[in-house]
Design a protein around this ligand. Structure first.
Ligand code: PGA
Length: 231
């Protein structure tokens, strides 16, 4: 594996949640006005719940941090259960007592808002089974900007698990690879045997637009994975 990447392997989801919460808490203690790009998806939820517990216990304070939306489907309203904005608010913004947010509505608005923050301090990311970051679908080169796009069949299939009977919207908007790769720290959370091959491709394979996550090695990257995803 490329040097410079910090890899922390945890035996289970609980260990991953604690380790990720430790990492994120340390960042906000160091810089209380941290700007954080926030992934939804299943993987980070236990870590967010642990952060919420710590906030409740007065162990850490996110009140000066800014939560920045990573991705969204096109054409969903705020009260639609598939709204990723609402998922981020429910799982991260509200329980952590965050009052400042940047919503992803259009590329120009988003890029201006992130520039206003002087960029992203921390990007919390999950790993798509197809190697996507946010909705930067393969192929996505490192300079891919914030944009709207059509989801790939692989992402339509993996996202279907979130929404039960509801169809996965086919259009999406994503924070660009350029902004993600410029984050001062990146944190990639990965669980499950079904992510093992793509995690090895991201960390050990060639850097390629076919595996957008492979470009994370250019960043100050910390990977926290469970034993099933990294063996
Ligand atoms: P997951 O999604 O955390 O639900 O596995 C990750 C992703 O598709 O980016």
């Amino acid at each position: 594996m490329v040097s410079g990447v910090t890899l922390k392997i945890q035996p289970d989801a609980e260990g991953l949640a604690q380790t990720a919460a430790d990492f994120i808490s340390a960042q906000v203690r160091e810089k209380p006005d941290l700007s954080i790009l926030v992934a939804t998806g299943n993987t980070p939820m236990p870590a967010y719940a642990e952060l919420a517990r710590r906030v409740q216990a007065g162990e850490v304070d996110f009140s000066r941090a800014t939560a920045v939306q990573l991705d969204e489907y096109l054409g969903v309203t705020d009260d639609d259960p598939r709204s990723l904005w609402d998922w981020m608010r429910r799982s991260f913004v509200k329980p952590l007592g965050i009052t400042r947010t940047v919503r992803l509505k259009s590329p120009a608005q988003f890029e201006a808002a992130v520039a206003e923050l002087s960029g992203l301090d921390l990007a919390i990311l999950g790993l798509g089974p197809n190697g996507h970051l946010g909705f930067n679908e393969p192929p996505s080169p490192p300079d891919a900007s914030t944009r709207t796009l059509e989801l790939t069949p692989a992402s339509l299939e993996s996202n279907a698990a979130y929404w039960g009977e509801l169809a996965v919207p086919t259009g999406a908007i994503t924070a660009g690879m350029d902004l993600i790769l410029a984050a001062r720290q990146t944190l990639l959370l990965v669980t499950g045997a079904h992510k093992r091959d793509i995690l090895h491709a991201a960390l050990d394979g060639p850097e390629t637009p076919e595996v957008p996550a492979s470009f994370l090695r250019r960043t100050a990257l910390t990977v926290i994975a469970d034993g099933a995803a990294w063996t």
